[in-house]
Ligand binder design. Structure first.
Ligand SMILES: [Zn+2]
Length: 69
């Protein structure tokens, strides 16, 4: 019961970012679930909603940066 360990002692997060990722993503070493940081900086489970959201956010961020420079 790997997920039970996570429930008791908490997830063991490790960063799984690609180099160009703006949003920090994590994976739990024990249960292998993926997580991301939400707009408030707290860690939340990486659902398809967040994957989509992060892609949009990254796109928006890049476009803004190009406009400012
Ligand atoms: Zn876990």
């Amino acid at each position: 019961m790997k997920s039970l360990i996570c429930k008791i002692i908490g997830h063991k997060f490790t960063k799984i970012n690609k180099l160009d990722d703006f949003v920090v993503n994590y994976q739990c070493k024990i249960c292998n679930q993926k997580f991301t940081t939400d707009g408030y900086g707290s860690i939340t489970k990486l659902t398809p909603f967040w994957e989509e959201n992060n892609l949009l956010f990254k796109k928006y961020y890049k476009e803004n940066r190009f406009q400012n420079s």
